[in-house]
Design a protein around this ligand. Structure first.
Ligand code: IPM
Ligand code: MG
Length: 357
């Protein structure tokens, strides 16, 4: 068996972290008896520099003809002032839309040895922290109508949050089903006290709850959810929410679990083809310095093997190797306490590879 994986290394630290992830995937493939063929394609700033397009057609076609896509990160100050259609981020939103990846799974769990890296006090974290954020990824305000206009002489701008009931149902379904496979607790997050789109969201969640009698559903307003995450994160099992709220809450959840450099994600649609990426950005300030934490990308590869390749043993073994690497004291700068020895991006990759069994 051999799989095709498209690599979108992207900008900033993207190439460094994807480089380590590829080494880990190769080792896992050799251990579990399958092959991987990689093909590189451009996205983001580097694609703008090369083709004047953050998402060249060729990239989309290559992604569509592969079993899975691994993405590093896009963006950087170099491209910040460009018109919207040339922004690296437009390429990222574009590939999610092109591949119809409407569901973004972002697991935030705390690895035991990293408890002290969390900004939260140990008694607040409690015994364990294991939250799955299910973020809607191809709708809402990130894809709604937007524009500039003249508001009686003052320059004005607008963005629109719009969801239809089918879009809401399909993401809630992922939320309910994920909850069924875990702790059976689902928290739907909205702003139904203000937004009409949130009222439709909540109404749909209430109706769908009848189809999942075993799941305990509750609703939180997004502002309250942001607060609950830092005062009692242990109360959450699965959180399902819109594109923008999920973007914001998943960054918050990630630092609670120690570092944004630890959080993986899977973007899925209705076929097996998925896109996997760390939730952090391109960190241009540390690019090329061998400091970046590759673990979020490596953990994204575990999700890739589980969801797109169906190689769940390889996926489990990557996750175990990461846990062991942390147990054995390996720390990149972002998770390194004062006085601890920091390792480089490559040394972290080495350590995970050595622990893969
Ligand atoms: C993320 C990122 C992206 C998003 C940006 C870079 C467009 O913040 O994956 O969370 O908002 O989806
Ligand atoms: Mg984000």
């Amino acid at each position: 068996m051999s799989y095709k994986i498209t690599l979108l290394r992207g900008d900033g630290i993207g190439p460094e972290i994807v480089g380590q992830a590829v080494r880990v995937m190769d080792k896992a493939a050799a251990l579990y008896g399958f092959g991987i063929e990689y093909a590189d394609a451009l996205i983001g700033g580097i694609a703008v520099d090369t083709f004047n397009d953050p998402l060249p057609r060729e990239t989309v076609d290559m992604c569509k003809s592969s079993d899975a896509v691994l993405l590093g990160a896009v963006g950087g100050s170099k491209w910040e002032g460009l018109p919207a259609h040339l922004l690296p981020e437009t390429g990222l939103l574009g590939i999610r839309k092109e591949l119809a990846l409407f569901a973004n799974l972002r697991p935030a769990r705390i690895f035991g040895p990293l408890r002290e890296a969390s900004p939260l006090k140990s008694q607040i974290i409690g015994d364990a922290l294991d939250i799955l954020i299910v973020r809607e990824l191809t709708g809402g305000i990130y894809f709604g109508d937007r524009g500039r206009f003249d508001d009686n002489g003052s320059p004005a701008a607008f963005d629109t949050e719009k969801y239809n009931v089918d879009e809401i149902r399909r993401i809630l379904k992922i939320g309910f089903e994920s909850a069924m496979g875990r702790g059976k607790k689902l928290c739907s997050v909205d702003k139904a006290n203000v937004l009409e789109s949130s009222r439709l969201w909540r109404q749909t969640a209430v109706e769908m709850a009848k189809e999942y009698p075993e799941v305990e559903l509750r609703h939180l307003y997004v502002d309250n959810c942001a607060m609950q995450l830092v005062i009692n994160p242990g109360q959450f099992d699965v959180i399902v929410t819109s594109n923008m709220f999920g973007d914001i809450l998943s960054d918050e959840a990630s630092v609670i679990s120690g570092s944004i450099g630890m959080l993986a994600s899977a973007s899925l649609g209705s076929t097996k083809l998925g896109l996997y990426e760390p939730i952090h950005g391109s960190a241009p300030d540390i690019a090329g310095q061998h400091k970046a934490n590759p673990l979020a990308t490596i953990l994204s590869c575990a999700m890739l093997m589980r969801y797109s390749l169906g190689e769940s043993d390889a996926a489990d073994s990557i996750e175990k190797a990461v846990a062991k690497t942390l147990d054995d004291g390996f720390r990149t700068a972002d998770i390194c306490k004062k006085g601890e020895k920091c390792v480089t991006t490559e040394q972290m990759g080495d350590a995970v590879c050595e622990r893969l069994l």
